[in-house]
Design a protein around this ligand. Structure first.
Ligand code: FES
Length: 119
């Protein structure tokens, strides 16, 4: 499968357990917010939509981790997500996880794997 790669940012912009980077994806003809974070060395990306209501998680742009640096937290009502899977771990996400996006880290840069998803 030939997936196109789109540059999101440089690796150094995404801090392990810290600052993430916001970007957008085109989904079904609309621009949708998304973000990439790093956890235990690996980068992970998700749509920036809480499982509770489709609001963006970060009140301060790029701050997705809670104080423990172990969980992603929604700044609105405090839903907690697993950084490595987006799984809902507690709070108002009620078992509804984040929607993952495929990313690759190559030579100090982070790329989004583009889907042919224009349905
Ligand atoms: S909008 Fe995220 S927990 Fe309510």
């Amino acid at each position: 499968m030939a997936a196109g790669l789109r540059l999101i940012c440089t690796s150094s912009e995404v801090v392990d357990g810290g600052q993430g980077v916001r970007f957008t994806v085109e989904r079904y003809g609309r621009t949708t917010p998304a973000f990439v974070i790093r956890f235990h060395g690996q980068v992970h990306a998700y749509l920036n939509e809480c499982g509770h209501v489709p609001a963006e998680l970060d009140w301060l742009p790029g701050q997705f981790f809670d104080d423990s640096k172990l969980y992603l937290i929604c700044s609105i009502h405090g839903a907690l997500y697993a950084p490595e899977s987006g799984r809902c771990l507690g709070g108002r996400c009620q078992g509804k996880g984040l929607k993952p996006l495929k990313v690759q880290e190559i030579d100090g840069q982070i790329f989004l794997e583009q889907e042919n998803n224009h349905g």
